[in-house]
Design a protein around this ligand. Structure first.
Ligand code: NAP
Ligand code: HEM
Ligand code: NAG
Length: 698
């Protein structure tokens, strides 16, 4: 089995390299003069696909193949490892290669050497493409207007090719926002850590498209062809559609800069949804051939987006909430035992009574092995959304309607393989570490556990009430859990905004409020993807196959006959693209809905069993409103905790003092804290520190 999966992995690698090589070949003379004409001229291609077959075959097919086979690989990969367990501790070289070490680079944030290398390769691809396109184009320059000067024709050619190069960015733009994707985990990435690639690609493509647009406007101005601006051609690209797309892009672009995003997240969030229109007009502008080059990213995103939509249509079963003295809220959902997730997973939540449109991501703090029937997470009161949430919970409602998307997370708990683990958090950044420590607690109960020999948690909080977050480190089920003996856990807490221990050190208790969920509220069940790779693979294969089939049939029996008999040249260029978009959506919607319904029936059965269990456990009769119950404060971590007042931790001293040869260092919290930790772990500093940042990075 293991060998078979290794073989599948090798096939995936070859396919990936092959697909990338086609992108490298695309701008060359060989591609233009021999590959493309040879493939495009086949009768089959022109009758069934109107020439789109070439790009479908060379660009779409390999990426869809990788995505689908990747699902198979991941299915067996998680099986072989034991579901959601840690990977084996590897015999690691003493020195961590500079490639894996972090660099802090001002506009980019924290990047690893590998990321820098890939970035350099991508930029090289863009430059290579532009240079080759121009080389081929300047070789036999096309004059578009009589009396046009050579330099004007060259100016036009450069403007056009900048657009082509921007299109390459679009081929990759959508992969990082496909949350349940199979492609990201294949190369060890999670969707929340890859948003930054989306951001970079978005900026680069916007710059290129802006230059492309300005270039053409200037060219038309120079050559007295301003009327071109109003052209919506029947037979070639529509200029008007391109201008509309660019106008939308500018609005999206302006609102997506870091400053706007952080200060006015809602403005960014709502405006960003213009992407639907942007994509439509973009495609109307570039045409079917270019669509088929960049199709896979969009197609997979559409599948993911639609599955998310389906998941969010049901209400999640919220059973209780715990109000911590520091103002944070722990939400406790019911879940199907079949749903497994790894530590540091993220759940997106929507509470329609607060806002129908806003979704907010939170780290899941519970552990799917320790708490098979519940899923909990912590919401800190930071913005207006979370404040309203606290208010609603404190008010007298007895049910809170909520929908969820996710959980999404890494496919293995790789952090367990380090010899020592140092976890550094600021404020609410402690939540992913709660999930990690709970995983280690679970692992330590296994025979022959493979856990780090020492775990150091350094947490900075503003106020001493925030120390209540530490109570969450141990799973809570009414009775206090002791820290397992095997676990060598040391906690250093820093209270930065208080000089001394407060005199009234009476600890306020947390307050628990039980809800009375409606009959229709479902326990959270696995979304397709991480818990059901084969289902996802089946959706990918069959929806793509359905799309290609429908496209072939429509083209052969509807478009081709019209095209052949048309007096004025051909079938309308824009209608053709609308067909593509329509058929792709139809393929995705039909197949995904069907698979989702089949799976939902199984989930319903499992969900009902869970609900039955819950009623048995609850001391209250179902349907009654219980109100607030005080919980026992858990004091168990106190013994392992040192609290320091009035200062921040001296991170440099602590990290450089770690003696083990392989220390995993994880940081979560405010940007400056993550950057400081990354800086300490960067090359040129200590050789034994292996850095990992966790953040949604927005
Ligand atoms: N999975 C995730 O990605 C995840 C999960 C939860 C939270 N978060 C993020 O974590 C951040 C936490 O924000 P918050 O408002 O909860 O935090 P906060 O209340 O502002 O607390 C931050 C704490 O960290 C300290 N600190 C800041 N920079 C530091 C540095 N360079 N070195 C040492 N200590 C430092 C602060 O000290 P001073 O008082 O001296 O400033 C303060 O005690 C948010 O940005 C949130 O988005 C991410
Ligand atoms: C080139 C134009 C761009 C297009 C077509 C585009 C498209 C998208 C799409 C389709 C999503 C997924 C939305 C969802 O999950 O529902 C997304 C998310 C996101 N984009 Fe862009 N984007 C573009 C440029 C940018 C830029 C320049 C930034 C820079 C900050 C950016 C930042 C983000 C972020 C942070 C998210 C995550 C939001 C979420 O998951 O809800 N995008 N974008
Ligand atoms: C969530 O609720 C269940 C059922 O009432 C309970 O057993 C569990 O301990 C709760 N978990 C948390 C984290 O409050």
């Amino acid at each position: 089995m293991r060998n078979l999966n290794a073989a599948v992995g090798a096939v995936l690698l070859v396919a990936l390299v092959g697909w990338l090589m086609i992108w490298v070949m695309l701008p060359t003379k060989a591609y233009k003069n021999s590959w493309d004409p040879n493939l495009s001229s086949t009768h089959f291609n022109s009758v069934y696909f109107q020439g789109q077959g070439t790009n479908l075959l060379l660009f779409s097919f390999p990426a869809m193949f990788i995505a689908a086979l990747g699902c198979v690989y991941l299915h067996f990969h998680t099986r072989l490892q034991g579901p959601f367990s840690s990977s084996k501790r590897e015999v690691k070289p003493k020195l961590i290669s500079p490639l894996w070490r972090p660099y802090v680079i001002s506009p980019l944030g924290i990047v690893t050497g590998v990321e820098l290398a890939f970035m350099a390769m991508f930029i090289a691809l863009l430059i290579w493409s532009l240079a080759n396109y121009l080389y081929v184009s300047f070789g036999h320059l096309h004059m578009h207007k009589q009396g046009e000067k050579i330099w004007q024709a060259k100016f036009r050619s450069v403007s056009l090719r900048l657009g082509y190069v921007g299109n390459i960015c679009w081929a990759f733009l959508f992969f990082p926002v496909t949350r349940g994707a199979s492609l990201l985990p294949l190369i060890g990435l999670t969707s929340d850590s890859t948003i930054k690639y989306h951001i970079w690609l978005g900026h680069v493509s916007n710059v290129l498209f802006a230059l492309h647009t300005i270039g053409f406007v200037v060219y038309w101005g120079m050559t007295n062809q301003m009327s071109e601006m109003l052209e919506w051609s029947r037979t070639y690209v529509s200029n008007v559609a391109g201008e509309i797309a660019m106008a939308i892009a500018v609005v999206m672009w302006v609102t997506s800069f870091g400053r706007v995003r952080r200060k006015m997240f809602e403005v960014f969030f709502y405006t960003h949804h213009l992407y639907v229109l942007y994509i439509l007009f973009y495609l109307l502008h570039v045409g079917a051939d270019y669509l088929c080059m960049i199709l896979p990213g969009m197609f997979l995103f559409m599948i993911d987006r639609y599955l998310r939509f389906l998941q969010s249509q049901r209400n999640a079963r919220l059973i209780s909430a715990r109000l911590l003295p520091c103002g944070s809220v722990e939400l406790n959902f019911s879940k199907c035992p079949g749903l497994k997730y790894n530590p540091t997973s993220i759940l997106f939540i929507n509470i329609p009574t607060i806002s129908k449109l806003q979704w907010h991501p939170f780290t899941v703090t519970s552990n799917s092995n320790l708490e098979p029937n519940n899923l909990s997470l912590v919401v800190k009161s930071l913005g207006s959304w979370s404040r309203k949430l606290s208010q609603q919970i404190s008010s007298s409602v007895d049910r809170l309607q909520a929908s969820v998307e996710g959980p999404y997370g890494p496919i293995s708990s790789h952090f367990l393989r380090h010899e020592e683990l140092v976890l550094i958090s600021g404020g609410s950044g402690i939540t992913p570490f709660i999930s990690i420590i709970r995983e280690i607690i679970f692992q330590s109960s296994n025979p022959n556990p493979q856990i780090p020999s020492r775990i150091l948690l350094i947490c900075a909080f503003k106020n001493s009430t925030d120390l209540a977050m530490l109570d969450l480190l141990l799973p809570f089920d009414g009775t206090p859990h002791p820290i397992p003996e095997l676990l060598n856990l040391q906690i250093e807490a820093y209270i930065t905004r208080e000089k001394d221990q407060p005199t009234d050190s009476e600890k306020q208790p947390a307050q628990t409020k039980r809800f009375n969920p409606a009959q229709s509220d479902r326990p959270i069940s696995a979304n397709l993807g991480p818990n059901a790779w084969l289902w996802l693979g089946a959706i990918i294969v069959s929806s793509f196959a359905l799309f290609v089939l429908l496209l072939g049939v429509v083209t052969r029996f509807y478009i081709y006959p019209i095209d052949r008999n048309a007096h004025d040249g051909s079938y309308h260029y824009s209608y053709f693209i609308l067909w593509d978009v329509f058929l792709a959506c139809a393929g995705v919607l039909a197949v995904s809905s069907m698979v989702f319904l089949v799976k939902k029936r199984r989930d319903l059965a499992e969900g009902n069993r869970v609900k039955g269990l819950e009623v048995g456990v609850s001391p209250q009769p179902p349907g009654s409103f219980v109100g607030e119950v005080e919980s026992v404060p858990v004091q168990c971590v106190a013994g392992a905790t040192n609290v320091h007042f009035g200062r921040r931790p001296d991170l440099k001293r602590i990290l450089l003092g770690c003696g083990a040869s392989d220390v995993g260092v994880m940081a979560c919290g405010p940007r400056s804290l993550r950057h400081e930790v990354a800086q300490i772990c960067s090359p040129g500093s200590a050789q034994n520190l292996h850095f990992e940042s966790i953040s949604f990075n927005w």
